[in-house]
Design a protein around this ligand. Structure first.
Ligand code: PEP
Length: 263
């Protein structure tokens, strides 16, 4: 269903009036996790100033450690909806459990499936039934074939509004958190009609790599990027070291406008 054989032209996915796909380079930005109304609003304002048209932010956080901040749950979804009201930015947020799909879909404009759930087939089917666009991250140890088949699980439920997100894979390299598989972008665009975006924040796991990896993503033709921003990463409850700060936002805007691609 998602192959170029079944649909030769590349698709555009619409999220709350924002298009993702050929002819656009969409910036999705916001905090890794929703922490407070003020932090989320300030992150959204930073994102919008750089040209973001969609707000990201996790209310349900799939953390490696059960002792780490797990997200605010529904309270976080309410904050996201309020910030959407204040900024006009449609909301992309993760759902980690099939039982929560209806709840998350009642607040979100796009449902995110994270790397840890990339082959949670019951969850993929549930988001396929939810009537909202889906952003499907690649499993951290997933092949391109496995990633595309995961998207088929969503598509089989009659939902073809799927955006694929390359977010880095596990390799032997330890300098980065994950290795951004940049070749996956043109490969997947040739195999599937679905839009493909890149997450330079979770792939590198380092602030200093976010802009270089964004340039790389745009250079290979990604349909957009999703980026963590935080007004004060030293206090962040999740992934502070990879969050862009205020001073980075002007350059991010220039990169996104194609004005600073080759630095
Ligand atoms: C995220 O985007 O908040 C996230 C947890 O990403 P990933 O699933 O790619 O690790």
């Amino acid at each position: 269903l998602i192959s170029r054989q079944s649909h030769p032209d590349r698709s555009i996915v619409r999220v709350g009036g924002v298009s993702i796909g050929p002819g656009t380079t969409t910036l999705i930005a916001g905090p890794c996790a929703v922490e407070t109304p003020q932090q989320t609003l300030r992150a959204a304002q930073m994102a919008r100033a750089a040209g973001a048209t969609l707000l990201r932010g996790g209310a349900f956080k799939p953390r490696t450690s059960p002792y780490a901040f797990q997200g605010l749950g529904e309270a976080g979804l309410k904050i996201l909806a309020d910030v959407r009201g204040e900024t006009g930015l449609p909301v992309v947020t993760e759902v980690v459990d099939a039982h929560d799909v209806e709840l998350v879909a009642s607040y979100a404009d796009m449902l995110q499936i994270g790397t840890r759930n990339a082959q949670n087939f019951a969850l993929l089917q549930a988001v396929g039934d939810a009537g909202k666009p889906v952003m499907l991250k690649r499993g951290m140890s997933g092949t391109i074939e496995e990633w595309l088949m995961a998207a088929e699980y969503v598509a089989q439920r009659g939902n073809l509004d799927i955006v694929l997100c390359e977010r880095g894979i596990r390799t032997f390299e330890t300098a980065t958190r994950n290795t951004l598989d940049i070749a996956a972008v043109p490969i997947v665009q040739r195999l599937s009609h679905l839009p493909v975006i890149v997450d330079p924040s979770h792939s590198g796991g380092r602030r200093d790599l976010v802009l270089p990896l964004t340039r790389a993503a745009l250079a290979v033709g990604a349909d957009g990027v999703i980026i963590d921003v935080h007004p004060d990463p030293t206090t962040a409850l999740c992934d502070g070291p990879q969050a862009l700060v205020h001073e980075d936002m002007e350059e991010l805007g220039a990169v996104m406008r194609g004005k600073s691609l080759w630095q």
